[in-house]
Design a protein around this ligand. Structure first.
Ligand SMILES: O=C(CO)[C@@H](O)[C@H](O)COP(=O)(O)O
Length: 225
């Protein structure tokens, strides 16, 4: 099994000092920066664009930046994020007119590509694109806001996607996002996730390292089992 990755969501970071807050969470042991892009159209909230991604790179952030596009339309913003330093770009299939083309635009921009499934989005969108995916992200809350509770039916959906990935033989990360905490991360990992996005659970605590260490101990018990 591949190493588990912890990806703090900047949605819960301190935007007034974003560079140093992202630096702090990486120093505390996070692996990847999860960058939530909301457009007040596809989701009812508005966050950040490519300029802020570029600002993090200019500040000196070298970790992978995982851009989760909650925007519609999808394609025209992809090259801007790639130029701004994105490492991974994921989008919601129902927000794209041409899923295969959006994946191709991401790959041609030099980034890893992924599809994101809301709690009620069916998995059939995976049917013809497994060979083009580096990441599958299952939302365990409805997108738009941090601090919501994990939707338990996500565990079954994770098991289904884990089986599809294993049967496909492709090298695809299975990411989960929403309500991920120290006390549920082990169950989420047992269901098949290997990349964990957590916003409020990390950024709302004073000691980021303590939370990330606790998450890693929970995850270690899954590897050992
Ligand atoms: O994309 C989203 C919400 O749309 C997430 O990344 C949240 O930001 C996760 O926040 P927590 O549930 O971990 O607080």
């Amino acid at each position: 099994m591949r190493p588990f990755l912890i990806a703090p969501s900047i949605l819960s970071a301190d935007f007034a000092r974003l560079g140093s807050d992202v630096d702090a969470v990486l120093d505390a042991g996070a692996d990847v920066v999860h960058f939530d892009v909301m457009d007040n159209h596809y989701v009812p909230n508005l966050t950040v664009g490519p300029m802020i991604c570029q600002a993090l790179r200019d500040y000196g952030i070298t970790a992978d930046i995982d851009v989760h596009l909650m925007v519609k339309p999808v394609d025209r913003i992809i090259p801007d994020f790639a130029k701004a330093g994105a490492s991974i770009i994921t989008f919601h299939p129902e927000a794209s007119e041409h899923i295969d083309r959006s994946l191709q635009v991401i790959k041609e921009s030099g980034c890893k590509a992924g599809l994101v499934f809301n709690p009620a989005t069916p998995l059939h969108y995976l049917d013809h694109v497994m060979d083009k995916l580096d990441v599958i992200l299952l939302m365990s809350v409805n997108p738009g806001f941090g601090g919501q509770s994990f939707i338990p039916s996500t565990l079954d959906k994770l098991r289904q996607v884990r089986q599809r990935i294993d049967e496909s033989g492709f090298d695809i990360r299975l990411q989960v996002d929403g309500g991920v905490k120290v006390d549920n991360i082990a169950d989420i990992a047992k269901a098949g996730a290997d990349m964990f996005v957590a916003g409020s659970a990390i950024f709302n605590q004073p000691d980021y390292k303590a939370v990330i260490d606790d998450m890693r101990s929970e995850l270690a018990s899954v590897h050992e089992a």
